[in-house]
Design a binder for this molecule. Structure first.
Ligand SMILES: *Cc1c(COP(=O)(O)O)cnc(C)c1O
Length: 381
């Protein structure tokens, strides 16, 4: 019986162990737990990594989205176009501002926002006339970059802001470009299980826009103005703490090599699983961060059960798309239906994925998937 972790944070911790305790000790010694020097240093390094002028660290990936929406003044009567096949926070933050999330379908290949369906949804909302389209928020699902060239073209055409929810795809590339080369603002999450995670909650926003940067800094700290005793707007407590920034500094150093390791593993998985299941589609000349390695099969429950029996965990992201969930059913669905979203939600299943997955373990997982599929074929023949 195996005991394979879905994500192995211990292996990564061992790699940075020595420096880690030194970095954390330094924070305990200087005592600036909030907005200490590590936060500034991390923001500088993060903006360089993302090739964006400004990085604004914050409390988590959800708050990063909320701060972007607040910075754009989005609220009641506004429509923000989001996928339904995503983590709840993408639409949740829109609803929290009082604006209306409008669900858009995805492409069956990449699971990312379908530009054609976005156009249809925009025209749909325009025709109804009760909501004002304000922004598009695609997600780089499972680490694969959304179709920003097409999406930013639509944003320009309809005069909309483009916010990239890169909680899973921070570091993903299309050619030499990252999401920030197309979007007004990019958000990410440092939740421990994300490709770049800390040891608690954390997040960040990246932008090239000086004015948005200024507003975001204020919003992150209760809407503070130039005079710290005069709050000029309604904001939140959205700061990242110094210990998390210290940890992230170390993790950012090895992030690039970890993305490479994830790619190597993903490509090996795909090469050996291609004949057994539907393996992830990769956009030409792109680099995924492989937040998840997600296959599709009509028999995913059988695969999950057999792998579980062998001590191999799997996960389903997402078995229930947002437009089917209780809190989100009342929000509009572009064009009335999301056939691709509904279909893939019944077929996806994610396999263990992290940069420290050993070759032997990869083979164990692959063999288990192949056997569960073969066993099914024998049974039905
Ligand atoms: C994880 C995630 C978030 C939220 O990040 P938190 O740091 O957990 O708040 C938002 N969007 C997507 C797509 C995510 O995967």
């Amino acid at each position: 019986m195996n005991n394979i972790p879905f994500i192995d944070l211990k292996a990564q911790q061992a790699r940075i162990a020595d420096e880690l305790s030194k970095k954390i000790d330094a924070v305990l010694t200087h005592g600036q737990y909030i907005m200490g020097p590590e936060v500034t240093e991390f923001e500088e390094k993060l903006s360089a990594f993302a090739t964006q002028k400004h990085a604004i660290s914050c409390s988590n990936g959800s708050d990063a989205i909320l701060l972007c929406l607040l910075a754009l003044g989005i609220g009641k009567g506004d429509a923000v176009f989001v996928p339904s096949f995503t983590f709840a926070a993408t639409a949740e933050m829109v609803a929290l501002t009082g604006a209306t999330p409008v669900f858009v379908d995805i492409l069956p290949s990449t699971f990312n926002m379908d530009p054609d369906h976005l156009k249809l949804s925009l025209e749909d909302i325009r025709k109804k006339g009760d909501l004002k389209p304000k922004a598009i928020m695609p997600v780089d699902l499972f680490g694969q970059i959304a179709d920003y060239p097409a999406l930013s073209k639509i944003a320009n055409e309809f005069n909309l802001k483009l916010i990239s929810d890169a909680a899973q795809g921070f570091g993903a590339k299309l050619g030499k470009n990252q999401a920030g080369d197309f979007a007004d603002m990019v958000t990410t999450s440092f939740f421990p299980a994300k490709p770049l995670g800390c040891y608690g909650d954390g997040g960040a926003i990246l932008t090239n826009d000086d004015e948005l940067h200024k507003i975001l800094l204020s919003l992150r700290n209760h809407g503070q103005g130039e005079d710290r005793y005069d709050n000029v707007r309604i904001g939140i407590n959205g700061r990242l703490d110094s210990i998390q920034a210290a940890i992230l500094l170390l993790k950012l150093n090895i992030f690039e090599s970890e993305i490479e390791a994830r790619n190597k593993i993903a490509h090996y998985y795909s090469q050996r699983l291609r004949d057994a299941v539907i393996t992830p589609f990769e956009i030409e000349n792109s680099r995924s961060t492989w937040a998840q390695y997600t296959i599709m099969s009509d028999n995913r429950d059988k695969i999950a059960a057999e792998l579980k029996q062998q001590g191999i965990p799997t996960a389903i992201y997402y078995s229930r798309p947002l437009h089917q969930q209780t809190a989100y059913k009342r929000f509009p669905v572009g064009g009335g239906i999301l056939p691709v979203t509904d279909d893939v939600a019944n077929k996806v299943i994610s396999l263990p994925m992290h940069p420290y997955l050993e070759e032997e373990t990869q083979d164990t997982i692959i063999d288990a998937v192949k056997n569960s599929v073969d066993a099914r074929e024998c049974a039905t023949n």
